[in-house]
Design a protein around this ligand. Sequence first.
Ligand code: GBH
Length: 487
Amino acid sequence: MGSANGYTTQSKLPADFAWGFATASYQIEGAYDEDGRLPSIWDTFSKTPGKVEDGTNGDVACDSYHRTHEDIAILKQYGAKIYRFSLSWSRIIPLGGRNDPVNQKGLEFYSKFIDDLHAAEIEPIITLYHWDLPDELLKRYGGPLNQDEYVADYANYARVVFNAFSDRVKRWITFNEPWCSSVLGYNIGKHAPGRTSDRKTNPVGDGVREPWIVGKTLLVAHGTVVDIYRKEFKPTHGGEIGITLNGDWPEPWDAEDPADIEACVRKLEFAISWFADPIYLGKYPDSMIKQLGERLPAFTAEEIALVKGSNDFYGMNHYCANYIRHREGEPEPDDSAGNLDHLFEDKFGNPIGPETNCDWLRPNALGFRKLLKWLSDRYGYPKIYVTENGTSIKGENDLPLEELVNDEFRVQYYRDYIGAMTDAAAVDGVNVKMYLAWSLMDNFEWSEGYQTRFGVTFVDYENGQKRIPKKSALTIGKIFDDYISKK
Ligand code: GBH
């Protein structure tokens, strides 16, 4: 293993370090109308013309609803200790609300899956919400735009799930990437429900105000559900609960320009600290208060008491890095990034990393190490679980199968990123205890449809969703064998 990406090979991870893979319900399950499931906002959004690049949706996806045994078999084959998956709220409470019926068939499906994972000695980690809100709740009251209704319904859903599974599931994630739900859903409009101020892409939405309201709703919903878990379930069952936040690493476009260096901090604050500061520090970051003023809805004393201190671990999703250049002048009214530009080259034309199949993703493993350290310093040495990390490959979908499964680019990505994380732990003293690769298999990549593949397993969508391991699938275990200290 090289050190070109700034990692040493002498570092070790602690003996109790755990690793595995992650997925999400709408991206893999399919069976969209079976056993009582009703539509989520992603069913309706993906079926709206123009929203998904290749015109596809999650009706079938990887067909995991019918192939749980195959998914467990590959997890086992790859040596995974953990599987993080999300629940489809609309399988469990099809209409979504607290006065709507619970669907026993939905609970039974997940119950059996949890038992089967345990039988295979794989720990299930559940994400309660990975973007697939029951569509009825959007229609009924605007989803997270209505804080009181949303929090009450989400709390009810979480309680139903905890009642059913907290005897067998010990680690919980309330929300996956609330930044995405807020900004992509209500500001840029690239994700469901697609609301934005950009009238060229959507007839409705107020990207100036709505994302900040949604963000606050999700924080209060998270705090409320953590409180329920700690009071009603943790005393009997133990277990841990936290939120997963996305965030990429910023490097200044001009390393000599203090305004670009400052913009990098602002970038981290708008992307991560918007959520993490209230949770760890009990307030929004000053840069956001300054730019957004009264548009950033304040917490009541009761709300912030629920939110502050509500993470048993920090769930970290991380993929890439950017060069950041400050913008001159006043921010656009619907700016959600902190008045700055994301670039792939610095002032001298040096690229931040190689191209992938995603226009936002350029690997830079040292950025992972730096962000781990930044989070650790800002939030007082929290226990960090890396809940997603992975890459797409430029043109992968167009390759013949024999070449596609030899995914050297992804193998190198994992070597570099896991190496960088190991240095963060061993050299920088970051308390990182878990790593989950995104993703166990190719799946429905949201607005990019099926053309972009993130899996360590090839899924043959044309031939019965057959799963075929890529080279990276078996490499990850070997990398961890080298890094994790023997007991
Ligand atoms: C993860 O988000 C998701 O949790 C997962 O479901 C998904 O499959 C995986 O990424 C791969 O994409 O150019 O303005 O649209 C990662 C965080 C943040 C990455 C938003 C894409 C696009 C910003 N994402 N970003 S924009």
